[in-house]
Design a protein around this ligand. Structure first.
Ligand SMILES: *[C@@H]1O[C@H](CO)[C@@H](O)[C@H](O)[C@H]1NC(C)=O
Ligand SMILES: *[C@@H]1O[C@H](CO)[C@@H](O)[C@H](O)[C@H]1NC(C)=O
Ligand SMILES: *[C@@H]1O[C@H](CO)[C@@H](O)[C@H](O)[C@H]1NC(C)=O
Ligand SMILES: *[C@@H]1O[C@H](CO)[C@@H](O)[C@H](O)[C@H]1NC(C)=O
Ligand SMILES: *[C@@H]1O[C@H](CO)[C@@H](O)[C@H](O)[C@H]1NC(C)=O
Ligand SMILES: *[C@@H]1O[C@H](CO)[C@@H](O)[C@H](O)[C@H]1NC(C)=O
Length: 292
């Protein structure tokens, strides 16, 4: 029996393989005649060309119906979120706690603000926005794309607009003492017009939730804590690549225990602030404390 399943020598195997690659009896190459190879190759080439064309057509139709300058799904204009810098968290709460007699503890705060304001550098901002005239107090509405590269103009926001909280005169931003600054930023929302497009700009209003007696006063920069109308509307990253969020800085004058819980709210008729599920919608709450 064993002889029937006789082991084939290596030479025989090689010969079999050779016959598979080129069989002179049937004139086949790898099991097919050259003509059949040409047919089957043509078939597959045609098949993939058609598939690729269909796919490209589907993508093209999709892209054609999308506006590259606007987000696709916007059921309602949402209300903007509000953030505060320095963004120092203790567990989940924002706690700006520093020790005036420990340089390291307060330079952490001032460095955070300095880094945050880096892109707002006056030289940089003025360089980026030389061509366009912005009129304070008026919306920066633009129907066409007149800025270079088929974009729209943005108004510059300069670090120096934050006055005493700009870090230009006092690089410690008040953290070497008891008059610390915080910076409030409102998130951008495409096509958002504050107060439903009326002439009233949104402004920041901070209230003391705890420790009223420890806050002798607050100073807002720019004046009245307003976000000027010329920073609205925002047309999107592609339309306004050089857009900078306007900012408002608040300087607190801490006395007594020098500890307070503050809520800063951006006030406008169409900015909600009582969303239980999103505590940062329209407002931000933080603790500020200067120990020594
Ligand atoms: C702003 O940028 C200019 C030029 O890059 C630089 O000389 C200047 O020190 C910067 N100002 C601040 C406050 O960082
Ligand atoms: C904090 O630094 C500023 C600028 O260097 C200085 O004018 C001010 O006196 C300092 N304040 C305290 C309390 O040291
Ligand atoms: C502002 O517009 C929103 C949405 O269009 C509307 O719900 C709201 O009533 C308007 N508010 C005022 C004061 O007109
Ligand atoms: C700021 O908010 C407080 C509390 O809601 C209110 O009493 C005060 O009038 C507001 N100030 C401004 C300028 O809107
Ligand atoms: C700041 O607010 C006061 C009082 O509401 C107002 O009289 C003044 O014109 C405002 N200043 C600016 C620059 O908006
Ligand atoms: C603040 O720093 C000083 C000097 O290092 C230290 O004596 C003091 O205990 C610190 N205060 C607090 C509340 O940690």
């Amino acid at each position: 029996m064993a002889t029937l399943k006789e082991k084939r020598t290596c030479g025989q195997r090689c010969e079999d393989f050779g016959r598979f690659v080129w069989n002179p009896d049937h004139g086949t190459f790898m099991g097919r005649t050259p003509v059949r190879w040409v047919y089957i190759s043509l078939y597959y080439v045609a098949f993939y060309v058609v598939m690729t064309a269909l796919f490209a057509l589907a993508i093209y139709v999709l892209m054609y119906t999308l506006d590259p300058y606007a987000p696709d799904y916007q059921d309602r204009l949402p209300s903007p979120g509000v953030m505060v810098w320095p963004d120092v968290y203790n567990e989940e709460d924002l706690e700006l706690v520093y020790n005036t007699s420990e340089k390291r503890s307060w330079t952490r705060m001032s460095r955070c603000l300095k880094d945050f304001l880096g892109p707002y550098n006056d030289t940089l901002q003025e360089h980026c926005h030389t061509m366009h005239k912005c009129t304070p107090g008026h919306y920066n509405l633009q129907a066409s794309f007149d800025a270079p590269g088929h974009t729209k103009w943005s108004c510059p926001f300069l670090q120096s607009m934050l006055g005493e909280c700009s870090g230009l005169d006092d690089p410690s931003f008040g953290y070497n003492g008891t008059n610390p600054c915080v910076i409030i930023k409102m998130n951008r929302i495409i096509n958002f017009l504050p107060n439903n497009g009326t002439d009233t700009p949104p402004y920041v209003n901070c209230t003391t939730l705890e420790g009223h007696e420890n806050v002798a006063g607050m100073t807002f920069f720019p004046i009245n804590g307003t976000f000027d109308l010329s920073y609205f509307p925002y047309y999107g990253k592609k339309a306004q690549p050089s857009y900078m969020n306007p900012l408002v800085a608040v300087k607190f004058h801490l006395v007594g225990q020098r500890s307070a819980k503050i809520q800063c709210r951006v006030v406008a008729r169409n900015i909600a602030y009582q969303n239980f599920y999103d505590p940062y919608e329209g407002k931000v709450v933080f603790k500020i404390e200067a120990t020594s």
